[in-house]
Design a protein around this ligand. Structure first.
Ligand SMILES: [Zn+2]
Ligand SMILES: [Zn+2]
Length: 133
């Protein structure tokens, strides 16, 4: 088995991206599945502690996606909405994270609405809100 190593920032970034995309991450050193712990959620940027239970490699990283996030554009929000209704899932156009989406309906309306949020970059949308043209 390989000796314990410290993961590079690039390796740690990839692990976090997989985490938000709900994909598995394997240890770059020995291919074992990794333990990923997200630090205090209210603290920004979020901190992640990542370690391999097998070879004991690992590292810690702040998620920099929080520091330079931008707002979703109107076109991106429209694409998220379409993707959800067509496939029941959607990805964040900025960081490819799986979005948390809730379908909502209101008695006074014949239409269904969505609320969608990215837990990584913090963008959110609510299609019930009137959008400016
Ligand atoms: Zn390992
Ligand atoms: Zn995002």
């Amino acid at each position: 088995m390989p000796d314990k190593v410290k993961f590079t920032d690039e390796q740690l970034e990839q692990v976090i991206s997989n985490y938000y995309a709900q994909a598995n991450s394997q240890c770059p050193n020995c291919n074992a599945r990794l333990n990923i712990v997200c630090g205090e959620a209210r603290q920004l940027p979020k901190w992640f502690s990542i370690d391999c239970p097998r070879c004991k490699s690992g590292g810690q990283i702040a998620d920099k996606k929080y520091l330079n996030n931008r707002q979703w554009t109107v076109e991106e929000e429209k694409a998220i909405e379409d993707a959800y209704w067509e496939n029941k899932s959607a990805l964040c156009p900025i960081d490819n994270s799986v979005l948390v989406i809730q379908e909502r309906s209101f008695a006074e309306s014949a239409k269904g609405y969505l609320s969608a949020a990215c837990s990584r970059c913090g963008n959110a949308l609510d299609t019930k809100k009137e959008r400016l043209p």
